[in-house]
Design a protein around this ligand. Sequence first.
Ligand code: GRF
Length: 187
Amino acid sequence: MVKINTCIFISGKGSNLKNLINRSRDYNFPISIKLVVSNKKEALGIQHAKRNFIPYLIIDTKSRNFEHRLLIDLKKYNISLICLAGYMKILSKRFLRDFGKKVINIHPSLLPKFKGLKTFAKILKNKEKKTGCTVHFVDEKLDNGKIISQRFFFIDPTDNEDKIKNKTQKLEYLVFPESIIKIFRNR
Ligand code: GRF
């Protein structure tokens, strides 16, 4: 199978990156991870790139022209899909336009509910009965863009922020791969 050259953007732990690396080893899974990008040099997720011999780049989002330089690297690796997996920065409209290919993001809520940060605190405060995660196409607005896939679970009265986070992440490990399969199903 000809695989889609993919770049994963991270800022932290990288458990979704790890999961996607594992899934991408499957012959029938449509992507091959060619590059990892992190805006934090101390991000734990970089270890997953290193361990799997995947090239990685640390970017400085404060430096001028960083998006332009990043586009050159994405071109060098012939990247056709960017997956934002816990990447804590917003990509500019210009970057998205100039990249011109698919960019998707995973968010730990049932969008359009609870965009932005402190998701689990907001969910508890709002006394939600259920929650989950969403994979969506990225546009220049925060946690916006067409939804590709969602999954949910019912919140237990004993759930705290940590428990909700754990349950949500377990669903993320299903939803991210299934969204990728969905996008490229009719290729
Ligand atoms: C995930 O919960 C994702 O929904 C959010 O950031 C978290 C990243 O976790 N955008 P990890 O770095 O993949 O472990």
